[in-house]
Design a protein around this ligand. Structure first.
Ligand code: F6R
Length: 368
């Protein structure tokens, strides 16, 4: 069942190229146009919506956070991302012009189910991005866009996260095609980029041992900070969550630009900081993050830098560099998160912990 891997988590990390490829599969017509037949929400309604609210919890919420960057850019309507349990018990502004997107691997997360019910009571259409066929969220929503990650057994989510980003990107491209905010050849260009991701994820997996060596060398750390900017920010949050839940190490993710507004006070000699660096082909974003690495390094941080192949600007300030293949900015979360998953998995293994069944956690949280 574990496909020759020592744990489900190891297997599921390695399933990721396929999870992305399968989620893309069969979603274009012969002309290469996106075809999301399953959407079953009237096109007229999808043309009219003026806001998207993503509701989800944990890792699924971070996938929504990533999607916000892409969907707003492509569709030009505001996307809010809200933790389902917070959405439910305030008085959110939702109506028939709001599309609520509920992201859930299990489809059984009670917090997200309650948010779905609340949104539908307010007259919103709810689209579920779910991995488990026939689950409660799938059944209770107006339409379902399935992620085809396959069963995820390890409690901590890995391949579902990549499939969720892929599916919400398809949704964004579909809406931009439908609403005419992107030309068809631009949509096709993004689809081509997405189709290249499985191969790029394989390239990251091929360097797994380097990441595991780094993790083993850090098995005694008590706190790790993660920094990212733009789509790298939710990747940093996800990296921190993986480390907390798998290795029981205090970890926090920050938006890199927020450092100077407080968190930089945490930096002391030897503090490990993992930084997700944007592609150098986005020079403004890139330069800012490089200067953040410099700032934490100058205050004694031990810097572990996730940077694109050929990015030499980071070298003077990096204690360790983990290389990822060159990827367009919006697609980088799908490659940059993989070393963070491996890192957390190996650190937990090195500490002798059960990576598939971390303490105090359940695979699906069926209570509010
Ligand atoms: C983290 C993790 C959780 C889930 C969250 C939502 O590794 O697994 O944070 O992502 O409980 O679960 P689903 O996606 O099933 O609604």
């Amino acid at each position: 069942v574990k496909g020759g891997y020592p744990t489900f988590m190891d297997k599921e990390i390695h399933d990721q190229p396929k999870a992305v490829a399968d989620t893309l599969l069969g979603r274009t017509d012969e002309q290469g146009n996106l075809q999301l037949d399953e959407l079953r929400i009237d096109e007229a309604i999808l043309r009219r919506i003026d806001k998207i609210i993503v509701v989800a919890c944990g890792t699924a919420a971070y996938a929504g956070h990533v999607a916000k960057y892409a969907v707003e850019h492509w569709v030009r309507i505001p996307v809010e991302v809200e933790l389902a349990h917070e959405f439910r018990y305030r008085d959110p502004v939702v109506n028939e012009k709001t599309l609520v997107v509920a992201i859930s691997q299990s489809g059984e997360t009670m917090d997200t189910i309650m948010a779905v019910r609340h949104a539908r009571e307010q007259g919103s259409k709810v689209l579920a991005v779910v991995n488990t066929y026939g689950s409660t969220i799938a059944r209770e929503s107006d339409a379902v866009l399935y992620t085809h990650a396959g069963p995820e057994v390890a409690v901590a989510s890995t391949k579902a996260f990549l499939a969720q980003i892929t599916a919400t990107y398809l949704l964004g491209l579909y809406l931009s095609q439908l609403r005419g905010t992107k030309y068809l050849d631009e949509v096709a260009g993004y689809l081509t980029e997405l189709a290249r991701l499985p191969e790029k994820i394989e390239q990251v997996l091929a360097r797994e041992e380097e990441v595991r060596d780094i993790a083993r060398s850090m098995r005694d750390v008590t706190s790790v900070l993660f920094l990212g900017r733009h789509v790298g920010y939710p990747v940093a949050l996800e990296g921190a969550l993986k480390l907390k839940e798998l290795a029981y190490i205090h970890a926090e993710g920050f938006a890199a630009g927020e450092l100077k507004h407080g968190p930089i006070a945490l930096i002391d000699t030897g503090q490990p900081v993992i930084i997700v660096v944007p592609t150098p082909r986005r020079p403004t974003l890139h330069a800012k993050v490089v200067s953040n690495i410099q700032e934490v390094r100058a205050r004694g941080a031990h810097t572990i830098v996730i940077a694109e192949e050929g990015d030499t600007d980071v070298e003077p300030y990096a204690d360790v560099i983990i290389r990822i293949p060159a990827t367009p900015t919006l697609m980088t979360p799908l490659v940059a998160v993989v070393p963070l998953q491996i890192f957390a998995c190996e650190l937990a293994t090195a500490k002798g912990l059960d990576v598939d069944q971390p303490r105090n956690l359940a695979k699906s949280v069926t209570v509010e």
